[in-house]
Design a protein around this ligand. Structure first.
Ligand code: ATP
Ligand code: MG
Ligand code: MG
Length: 551
């Protein structure tokens, strides 16, 4: 019996287990092709496959689906291993490669030929396509379809031996050219590719196709539930045909809806174009929806896992709002990120009645609720920076921040009152002359007078000048995949997706290690970038404190 609230995949596995199917084992796999870096869509699949294995006391393999030598590389393999591990996927040493099965796959192909279930076709790729028919019209049989077993075997062995050029022949399954399922119209099993493979080198010049490889790999590894995305629904019939025809162990293929996310693209083919075209700064550019980009941006694995849990697993395609991902980022970072003060757009404040050379320090907790973060010492002096946006010369009603004549609390320090606004020749505000009340040390007043606003500040003489990278959506439209006639997704890139500013920070984060996440109080969450050096950190904005897209 399925527990209520289980998604359809977990419900199905629960039912299988109850029926003793697969001896009540659960064994999944995450099967990336190493032809690019993983993106957040893959995160959904990782959380599902590893999550299901964990919940049912089963196993999950990491399998590289490396059957296309032209597009794959070791760099991608390495990045995938790192990203899966980072996200919490533990394959416990079960790291497999489809290319490890090349010999076995070849032997199975000969077996199909001997059984009269596969033949060598010598039509060109274009001709094969033309013969395939359409959804409404059946296909046409190839003139080579009825070659003898002997001839097929001879040609296939010579294909392997390298006697033919790319495209001269292919091996096809002999199924049904009139099948209502186009996938079943004698699908190609092997093609000739004289290409160097990143693992098998030049050992092979014929390479097996995805559909043929995937089911057999699943079978070899004893996978029970082979979870893939919806576009493979029609391929399930071929999955089943291949394993049934070979008479080997047969896992269950299950399909779920892939993740689509607003304001971005989730396809390695498109992401490669962004990288190679120089539209972004590499695969781990913090604007990229790649796992490495999100990590560099400061997203935590917990936030991504939470996101994947919240979007759930369904059978119908949908588009998830990017703001849900931001919500998950904030939820977790709020709990774990230490607070520091930083001013992104500084305006100078001079405290007229504060002694010229005096410096005092305030001890501030790194986290308002979690004392395990400890505290840091923040210097205070006569000249400070505050956020330009925390001052209004002509404040609207109920404006609780600084304005001429108004009093405001400097976080943990003192109350100050603005006495004078200094401007340059063009009328730009260059400085605010203020006074402080020494009796309000610590940020409260014994006389109980009300000061509603609290703003953050940084001592100018002690300020850490830090490069801060402010990110917006990479695309300026919700669905860059739906390009107008004559345009591509590249025409919808947001020209303002990266803005770099020099922020004034309190001194504490001067030497943070790359990857360190902090909250700049009242602004947002930031993550130290690998481009920073000790004493000169660079910060990426992970996400603002509030939803800024809604404004
Ligand atoms: P892309 O279209 O980006 O190239 P892919 O499906 O070809 O993606 P694979 O490396 O084959 O990439 O994917 C590995 C696994 O991740 C597959 O099981 C695939 O179904 C799953 N996956 C890929 N993209 C998504 C997505 N957007 N949502 C959920 N799962 C996905
Ligand atoms: Mg794929
Ligand atoms: Mg792909």
């Amino acid at each position: 019996k399925a527990e209520p609230g289980l998604d359809f995949i977990r419900a199905l596995i629960t039912a299988d287990n109850a029926n003793g199917r697969f001896d009540s084992r659960v064994h999944t796999r995450f099967p990336p092709e190493p032809n690019g870096y993983l993106h957040i869509g893959h995160a959904k699949s990782i959380c599902l496959n590893f999550g299901v294995a964990r919940e049912f006391g089963g196993k999950c393999n990491l399998r590289f689906d490396d059957t296309n030598p032209l597009k794959e590389s070791q760099e991608y393999v390495d990045s995938i291993r790192e990203d899966v591990k980072w996200l919490g996927g533990d394959w416990e040493g079960r790291e497999f490669y489809a290319s490890d099965y090349f010999e076995q796959l070849y032997q199975y192909a000969e077996q199909l030929i001997l059984a009269g279930k596969a033949y060598v076709d010598s039509l060109s790729a274009d001709e094969i396509r033309a013969h395939r028919g359409t959804l409404t019209a059946p296909g046409t049989e190839s003139p080579y379809r009825n070659r003898s077993v002997e001839e097929n075997l001879d040609l296939f062995r010579r294909m392997r031996a390298g006697e033919f050029k790319d495209g001269e022949h292919v091996l096809r399954a002999k199924i049904d050219m009139a099948s209502p399922n186009v996938v079943m119209r004698d699908p190609t099993l092997y093609r000739i590719r004289h290409a160097h493979h990143h693992r098998t080198g030049d050992a092979w010049c014929i390479y097996p196709m995805y559909d043929y490889t995937h089911c057999i790999s699943d079978s070899i590894e004893g996978i029970t539930h082979s979870i893939c995305t919806l576009e493979f629904v029609n391929n399930r019939e071929l999955y089943d045909w291949t394993l049934d025809t070979l008479g080997v162990y047969h896992p269950q293929q299950l399909e779920f809806a892939r993740l689509n996310l607003t304001y971005t693209v989730l396809s390695k083919r498109k992401l490669i174009q962004l990288v190679e075209g120089g539209y972004v700064n590499g695969w781990d550019d913090p604007r990229m929806p790649t796992i490495s980009g999100l990590r560099r941006r400061g997203v935590t694995p917990e936030a991504l896992q939470d996101f994947c849990a919240r979007i759930g697993v369904a059978k119908a395609d949908s588009v998830v709002d990017f703001s849900l991902l931001e919500f998950c980022m904030r939820e977790h970072l709020n709990a774990v990120a230490p607070r520091v003060m930083g001013v992104l757009d500084p305006i100078k404040v001079v405290i007229e009645n504060y002694p010229d050379d005096q410096v005092e320090t305030f001890d501030m907790p790194y986290h308002p609720e979690d004392t395990s973060h400890g505290s840091r010492t923040v210097p205070f002096s006569k000249v400070l920076y505050i956020e330009r946006d925390d001052f209004r010369e002509d404040p609207p009603k109920k404006y609780h921040r600084l304005a001429p004549g108004a009093e405001v609390r400097l976080r943990y320090a003192y109350y100050i009152t603005c006495r004078e606004v200094v401007k340059d020749a063009d009328g730009n505000i260059t400085e605010l002359r203020c006074t402080y009340d020494p009796a309000t040390k610590g940020g409260w007043s014994q006389d109980g007078r009300k000061v509603k606003g609290t703003i953050h500040w940084v001592s100018a003489a002690h300020a850490l000048h830090a490069e801060v990278r402010l990110y917006e959506h990479l695309f300026s439209v919700e669905n860059p995949n739906a390009a107008e006639e004559g345009k591509t997704f590249l025409d919808y890139l947001n020209p303002d997706s990266l803005k770099t500013v020099t922020a004034m920070l309190e001194p504490a984060p001067a030497d943070v290690a790359p990857g360190t996440r902090v909250q700049f109080e009242r602004i947002g969450y930031f993550c130290a970038d690998k481009d920073g050096t000790p004493g000169k950190p660079v910060f990426n904005r992970t996400v603002g404190l509030r939803d800024s897209w809604a404004k």
